[in-house]
Design a binder for this molecule. Sequence first.
Ligand code: SAH
Length: 347
Amino acid sequence: MESKKKDIRALTKEQLRAFFVSNGDKAFRGNQVYEWLWSKGAHQFEAMTNISKETRRLLEDAFVINHIRVDQMQRSSDGTIKNAVRLHDGLTVESVLIPTPTRTTACVSSQVGCSLDCKFCATAQLKRMRNLNPDEIYDQVVAIDNESRLYHNRPLSNIVFMGMGEPLMNYNNVLKAIEMITSDEGLGMSPKRIIVSTSGIPKMIKKLADDEVRFGLAVSLHTAINELRAEIMPFSKKFPLEELRESLEYWYAKTGSRITYEYVVWKGINDRKEDIEALVRFCGYVPCKVNLIEYNPIDDGQFQQASSQATDNYVDALEKRGFVVNVRRSRGKDIDAACGQLANKSV
Ligand code: SAH
């Protein structure tokens, strides 16, 4: 049964300090408890050994410590690990650990399901149930950091918000989670090692720029032609490419950080000459690089990976114009952990 008590990690440090003061204790007690909750990852008040029994009882009566549980862990033949993560209210999300020879990347979810409707994405077929709280995002990162140390003998090095959900539709909680991930009171990771991926919500991209965030931004572009984008990502009708472009120019002017475009080339959909030309033109607007990602089939065949010739045509055209382009191979396909495959299938 869900507890009526408040999740203590929803409190800021200031609020926690104020709680102790209003209960006749020192504000400093708030700092101690905060440290237990975040950098020490305590799941129980009992574990807080430098806090008196009486104070622990006070906390117990007022709060709960919600935390995630990794219900199931699947390991791919390529070293990728997928976690099915159970939340305090019984809902589930997935997160993925992606190892390469030089880094370990955590791919984390920001929402349960997704409210967007990208036709090629498995997560879009789950309706959005709710936003994740900051601690639920943070805990996914901690779980993957632990797995990285255990199975790959090194700490986590990078984080991408490319799991389930649209991070910019859960803006405040994603930013709070990143604040804790990068803070010395949390995991102390560099924001330069974090990328938030969006399907392209112009207003929120501008807000990121105004908030002077220091992490990277990726945009799931997939086509630089409005009519086609409206077909394969229907929500984007509300946000034409001109508006997206303007928000990205604004982002770059404020942050000086170049954008990563994610792009899948599909057979008979965006593999024509005019598709390539449109992307080349779009890349000219804001400093960027392009990741051509492999398609992971999720449906009955409406979308199919284009030929390697089509991908080569993109690479040639982009490189000829001096743009950086990477061709990314999928990881963790055998356990449905690759881009666009996260759909809580195992639970
Ligand atoms: N909503 C955000 C975060 C999800 S990131 C966003 O759209 O950016 C997941 C990435 O995988 C996005 O770039 C998405 O477009 C891509 N993707 C979705 N379905 C895919 C599939 N079946 N195969 C390959 N990539 C896919």
